[in-house]
Ligand binder design. Sequence first.
Ligand SMILES: [Zn+2]
Length: 257
Amino acid sequence: MLAYRSTNIIFGGLLLGLIALNFYHPINGILYAILLVIYIVVIGSGSSFISFNFFLEAYNKGKTQSKEIAITFDDGPLPEITPKVLDVLKKFDAKATFFLIGNRIPGNESIVHRILDEGHLIGNHTLNHDKRFGFFSKEKITEEILDANAIIEERTQKKLRFFRPPFGTTNPKVKAATEELGCDVIGWNIRSFDTLIKNPETVLKRIKKQVAPGAIILLHDIYPSTAPLVEKLLEHLQQIDYKVVPLDKLIERNAYE
Ligand SMILES: [Zn+2]
């Protein structure tokens, strides 16, 4: 919360400064409006970019200096896509992490079991991946995490510790809920933008440019282009001598209780 707290102190100070100055010399009201707009932009950016660690300390990369990297997939499991991604990972003997949406699990249990059987990790990506997640109360966030955990635990006997907020949204309520539940919040430092960029070649280029020791790559196993893209990415990583390692190893944290 350091960055958030400092921001509030700085903007609070500036606001008080303007008010004090106003006693000596009338201040144009537009200055207050400018200050407010800048504050909103700073808070909005802090909330949208998990790697800024603005509201909470997320795990956005590993500390290693070796050529090790982690690949994460959000928003699955999807029966048409996730098995194809698993096929590719198997071909390269690469271990990834899947942040699952709770309500996508019933009916897709075999995929979740395959993920685990093939040595990948799973994490929590809420029950519903609601677009309004950023506006949820602490209680509602807690419920979204616990309900997804319950579905997963019932089917896999795994108690998840890794949590990735939908859209990477963070705020003081996400911080409070995750601290109380004792989960590790997982971010990324390579955002592929595969949800926005339609051309997989452009997505791949974006990722390749940012590859570095300890990086965590964010992808989504929800598109027909995902598996072919992962195949090309793994070929590239192999060529430049990078090893894809499980997230728990990369960030030195336990994925399960
Ligand atoms: Zn997501």
